[in-house]
Design a protein. Structure first.
Ligand code: HAM
Length: 423
């Protein structure tokens, strides 16, 4: 029989690793809630059409990376086409419209955390199931909120110890700008078609902007000479971008304007940004987070025209970029019973400590004290607490600090134990 394994590109996260995830997720929640974002949880599975219409049919994601299947249907009915979500933005917009939240508040600020699915070629920092933490804002046309969002991200990264980053920004303008730019780009690229990579040749007519962020060296050489979208912006788009930069300057947030930044999703308008990590263990997958404005999507999916902006950051990538810290004691105390018959009292004591908010582990199998203390040593607990016959009679326990070499045992009244452990 073959060994059972995870699906390619999908990973288990085990105890020992998960603590860093908790720290990062906690820091993310705490940080974005300071800016007024509220959590939303949408299903992992959606109707395929949502992503086709929301993300765009000519994107890599929709063309070839989605996990799509036909749901079982009743007799004589056709099964629905469903897809594991490849990102969170389209789902959030669907929820925003489905629950008629438009108009309830002038500005809605949401955040989410969870797994996403893309059938990409797995590599370090690139997986088929990966976790994103993201934010979306509906109802503010920017550009000040755009600057605040980018600055919030830089602050969050600094808060989790990732300082060595580069913030890239660009503007894609609105519909008309895009159409004029697309035409100019095609005029430039067509004569070079034969020199482009096979992927870019295939994309050329359908989605020429994607050629600009191709990683293939022959494409990059051609892209370097391509017209710049910033030269095509309408006066309103250009003013929006100027104000964004002035706001970032006022915040003191360093950034680089990258006129070839396009990113892989079709829904973006105006502000576009990406934050890349330079240090840590990142390797080639150095895009820690990306986002931008998508002012047309809500109307395209059937809502009243509403401006929107958001971003998502890749949890696994950020974990690669984050410094590793010495692990903290996982438990406050490990309780051991001197004799098997001391276990009922041990249960009572352990429960009281947990009710007092302490993290407590026990070994209830009736093993020798020596074996329990060996487990206590390995458990990552700060203290070992022994409950024996003599102590039971006096209402005390014996306490050893496991973080100190050759620490003295000391007797502590049970009534004071929670207080002592908390210190
Ligand atoms: P995205 O650039 O496709 O944007 O993904 C955002 C981040 O998710 C990336 O910067 C990266 O850190 C992480 N990521 C993407 N694909 C993978 C993968 N296969 N393995 C590991 N990490 C990955 C979006 O998804 C947009 N929804 C962001 C957004 C929100 N725009 C507006 N609102």
């Amino acid at each position: 029989m073959s060994k059972l394994r995870t699906v390619k590109g999908m990973n288990d996260v085990l105890p020992g690793e998960i603590e860093r995830w908790h720290r990062l997720e906690g820091a993310f929640r705490d940080w974005v809630e300071r800016y007024g974002f509220q959590e939303v949880r949408t299903p992992i599975v959606e109707h395929t059409e949502l992503f086709e219409r929301g993300i765009g049919e000519a994107t890599d994601i929709v063309e070839k990376e989605m996990y799509t299947f036909t749901d079982k249907a009743g007799e004589g009915k056709e099964g629905k086409r469903l897809t594991l979500r490849p990102e969170g933005t389209a789902s959030c917009v669907r929820a925003y419209l489905e629950h008629n939240l438009q108009g309830q508040q002038p500005v809605t600020k949401w955040y989410y955390l969870g797994p996403m699915y893309r059938r990409e070629r797995p590599a370090k920092g690139r997986y088929r199931q990966f976790y994103q933490a993201g934010c979306e804002i509906y109802g503010d046309p920017g550009p000040y909120v755009d600057a605040e969002l980018i600055d919030m991200l830089v602050g969050l990264l600094r808060d989790v110890g990732v300082q060595d980053v580069e913030v890239l920004i660009n503007s894609l303008g609105h519909g008309e700008t895009r159409a004029r730019y697309r035409a100019a780009l095609l005029d430039y690229l067509r004569p070079h078609a034969a020199e482009l990579s096979p992927d870019s040749q295939r994309r050329l007519e359908r989605n020429p902007l994607r050629v600009l962020d191709s990683k293939a060296p022959q494409d990059q050489a051609i892209a370097a000479g391509a017209p710049r979208i910033l030269d095509f912006l309408s006066p309103e788009d250009a003013a929006h971008f100027d104000e964004l930069r002035a706001a970032l300057d006022a915040l003191g947030t360093p950034y680089t304007v990258d006129p070839h930044l396009v990113r892989g999703l079709d829904y973006y308008t105006r502000t576009l940004f990406e934050i890349r990590g330079r240090g840590g263990d990142l390797g080639a997958q150095n895009a820690l987070c990306g986002g931008g404005r998508y002012d047309d999507m809500i109307a395209q999916l059937g809502g009243k025209p509403t401006p929107a902006i958001g971003f998502a950051l890749g949890i696994e990538r950020l974990l690669l970029a984050m410094p590793t810290e010495a692990p903290q004691p996982r438990l406050d105390a490990f309780l051991a019973a001197q004799r098997p018959e001391d276990r009922p009292d041990l249960l009572v004591l352990a429960r009281a400590l947990r009710e007092a908010g302490l993290r407590v582990e026990t070994d209830l199998r009736g093993n020798s004290l020596k074996s329990q203390l060996r487990r206590a040593d390995k458990s990552g607990a700060r203290f070992a607490v022994v409950l024996g016959e003599a102590e039971r009679a006096k209402g005390t326990v014996m306490l050893t600090d496991l973080t100190q070499r050759n620490a003295e045992r000391r007797e502590v009244p049970q009534a004071n134990l929670a207080q002592v452990l908390r210190r």
